[in-house]
Each structure stands twice: as structure tokens, then as C-alpha cells.
Design a protein. Structure first.
Length: 392
């Protein structure tokens, strides 16, 4: 009878067809895969982009908005073209003429909705158009993702989006309805469903993407934003209420008519100032909370994207720093009447992309291009014109 221990120690491991494998082969297969990191770089500058931006603004104004699709494409071509991974930049190849057709259709529908809503006899038209838009919203989002993906190129390979129509209705209609009916309690779940739909439908060449995240972190992000809003509301509201109370109480002890007039004036001024400060404070809290949600969600999604089983991304930028950049960018735009918009866009893009790294266990050149046809630009035009945020 053969000793099993001696057999396992003396007999080399067998290969696929029962043949002994070389010990060096066994050792090589036991080694972990080598991970190569490719930092994302953005080389655009505010001065360079300003020249492009101001020309786009001028031509859009002169053509009464007809140049807007070309302006959109040129802007994206600039940002894509200055984004580099492993020595290769991205390309954006959308056809502005196709976008223009979609813009005109959506603009016509929007004008019909706005005009018909002004008259009692045609309000039913506005209701019908609103219902059509609500029913078509998931389709528009899906079409926009397909259009953006197929026109994004890196290393000569196009991105694709394979998300299904049914998945779009689950993520962008059912999830939103459930979030509304739950008074916002299911809103983080809706965010999770939408981000998973976006990532799982994405492909680069023939390599499909996958989302490795879970719903729990989305609830943590939402609770953090809620706590920030409540704490900020207390910090703003309590001092304002106390100020109004002490102004009224301090002057109410004097019954002299002139004092009562002064009391009324002081109370009115104080109340008006409190309303202004309170409104600005609430608006600022709203911006901070939602920008934190967007930044934290972006970082979490990027840290849980997998492409083809061999490529992953990592985000190291801070959501709080991104909030600060967004708020100060908005202030700069207001103070400069919009002239700081190019600087703000470049500043934010440089910070985000500077905190993103692509990690791969295989050379990026090994991806094979997938097969896909042309995609309509109607959904992209609708989401652009109606300011629907579909990206992550």
C-alpha cells in the first residue's frame, strides 16, 4: 500500500491532461497578479479654455441658440482631449448636427407645453405633454447614456452602454416613485439602483463593467448630509430667532408712542434681515448637502467600478474639499457675472481627475473593440436641454 504523504511529496502536480507540471510553472501560478497604476491627468488650463468658451458663448448668442450643440461638443472635446490615462487621451466624437435635430424637437415640445399651459382651453395639451415626458424619462436617460458612451473613445476603442429599457424604468421610475412615497427614506436606495444601472450597463470595447458596491454606504452618505443640514439649520435658526426676540422684548417696556414707532421699525427691519439671512443660509445648506452627496457618491462609485475583471478605478479626492471648490466656484461666477466659469470648470475638473487612478492587472492595450451601431442623439439633447443629471 502506497504512503499518501510520500506520494504527495514526491509526485509533481499534474497538468490539464494528467501530465506533470514543471515546478517553476506551479510557483509562477501561485504568485499574485501584478497591479499597475495609471494616474489620470488633466492638462487643460483656464486661459486656454476661456478663449474657447467665450467664442462659444458669442456664437450661441448671435445664432439665437442654434450654435449650442456645436458649443457643447467643442467644450466636451476640450475636456476629453485634455484627460490622459497611460499616455493616451480621450476623444469625444459626437455629431453636432445630430444634436441640433434633437434640440429643436425638444425645444418645440417645451414651447408647446409652456404656451398651452397659459390658456384654459389648451391646458389639457400641457397635461398630456407632461405625462408623455414622465413616461419617457427613463428612455431619455438610457438614450443619453448610450449616446455619451458611444461617442467617447480611448485608445481607439469606443465605450458602449448596454443597459436595458426595463432596467431604466426600474432605476429611474420605480425607484423614484418609491423614494417619493417613502418621504425620502428610500432615496439612498434609488441612488444605489441608478448608479448600479449606469455602471453595469457600461462597456469599453468588449469589456463589460460591473458595480461592486452595496446600498449601505448610500444611506450613510444620505444620513451625513441630513445631519449636516439639521446642524446647520440650528446654527442659523437659533441665533436669528433669539435676535428677533431680544429686539422686540428690549423695546416693548417703553410705552411712549415714538418708542412704539421705533419698535415697529426695528422689528420690521430685523424680521426682513432675518428672512434674507435665513433664505441665504438655507440655500447654502442645500447646495453644501447636495454637493456632498454628489461628491461622496462619485468617490464611492469610482472605488467600486470593475471593468472586464482586470481594471478598477480608485478615487482619493475628498468630497468635503469638492464641496468647498463648488461653493467658491459658484461665488466666483456670481461676482464676475459668469466670466469666471471657465476657470471654475477647469479648477473642479483638475481636482477630481487628479484624485482618480486606473488600476489594472493587464495592459490597457489588450482590450478588444466591441461591435455597435449608431445611436440617436434625441435622448442626449433632451437630457442636456432639460438639465437632467445622469452622470456619476
Amino acid at each position: 500500500m502506497t504512503d499518501p504523504a510520500a506520494t504527495s511529496a514526491d509526485t509533481p502536480p499534474l497538468g490539464r491532461h494528467g501530465q506533470p507540471r514543471h515546478p517553476d510553472t506551479v510557483q509562477a501560478q501561485a504568485l499574485p497578479a501584478t497591479v499597475t497604476e495609471y494616474p489620470v491627468a488633466f492638462t487643460g488650463t483656464a486661459g486656454e479654455y476661456f478663449r474657447l468658451w467665450i467664442v462659444n458663448v458669442a456664437l450661441t448668442f448671435v445664432t439665437l441658440g442654434l450654435y449650442l450643440p456645436w458649443a457643447r461638443v467643442r467644450n466636451r472635446q476640450y475636456f476629453f482631449g485634455h484627460t490622459w490615462v497611460d499616455g493616451q487621451n480621450f476623444e469625444y466624437r459626437a455629431n453636432p448636427a445630430a444634436l441640433l435635430r434633437g434640440y429643436l424637437i425638444v425645444a418645440a415640445l417645451f414651447v408647446a407645453y409652456a404656451v398651452s399651459g397659459q390658456f384654459d382651453s389648451t391646458q389639457w395639451v400641457a397635461v398630456v405633454l407632461a405625462l408623455i415626458y414622465a413616461a419617457a424619462y427613463p428612455l431619455l436617460v438610457r438614450q443619453s447614456m448610450r449616446f455619451q458612451a458611444v461617442n467617447t473613445v480611448h485608445r481607439g476603442l469606443r465605450f458602449r452602454f448596454h443597459g436595458t429599457t426595463g432596467g431604466a424604468y426600474v432605476a429611474y421610475m420605480l425607484a423614484n416613485v418609491v423614494a417619493g412615497l417613502s418621504a425620502g427614506l428610500a432615496l439612498p436606495w434609488a441612488w444605489f439602483m441608478q448608479r448600479r444601472y449606469q455602471v453595469d450597463g457600461l462597456a469599453f470595447g468588449s469589456a463589460r463593467a460591473g458595480f461592486r458596491g452595496d446600498v449601505g454606504p448610500f444611506y450613510l452618505i444620505g444620513l451625513t448630509a441630513l445631519g449636516l443640514s439639521l446642524a446647520g439649520g440650528l446654527l442659523i435658526g437659533v441665533p436669528l430667532v433669539a435676535l428677533i426676540f431680544f429686539v422686540v422684548r428690549g423695546a416693548s417696556g417703553n410705552l411712549d408712542p415714538s418708542a412704539l414707532d421705533a419698535l415697529g421699525l426695528a422689528s420690521s427691519v430685523t424680521f426682513l434681515a432675518a428672512l434674507i439671512v435665513g433664505y441665504v443660509g438655507v440655500l447654502l445648506l442645500y447646495v453644501v448637502a447636495w454637493q456632498y452627496i454628489r461628491g461622496a457618491t462619485m468617490a464611492y462609485v469610482l472605488n467600486n467600478v470593475e471593468l472586464g475583471g482586470v481594471v478598477r478605478t480608485r478615487a482619493t479626492f475628498s468630497p468635503w474639499r469638492l464641496v468647498w471648490i463648488t461653493v467658491t466656484n459658484a461665488a466666483a461666477r456670481v461676482l464676475t457675472l459668469g466670466l469666471a466659469s471657465p476657470w471654475a470648470a477647469v479648477r473642479q475638473t483638475r481636482y477630481i481627475l487628479g484624485g482618480v487612478t486606473v488600476r489594472a492587472i493587464a495592459p490597457l492595450d489588450d482590450f478588444a473593440a466591441g461591435v455597435g451601431g449608431e445611436t440617436s442623439a434625441f435622448g442626449e439633447a433632451a437630457t442636456e436641454l432639460l438639465d437632467i443629471q445622469v452622470g456619476f
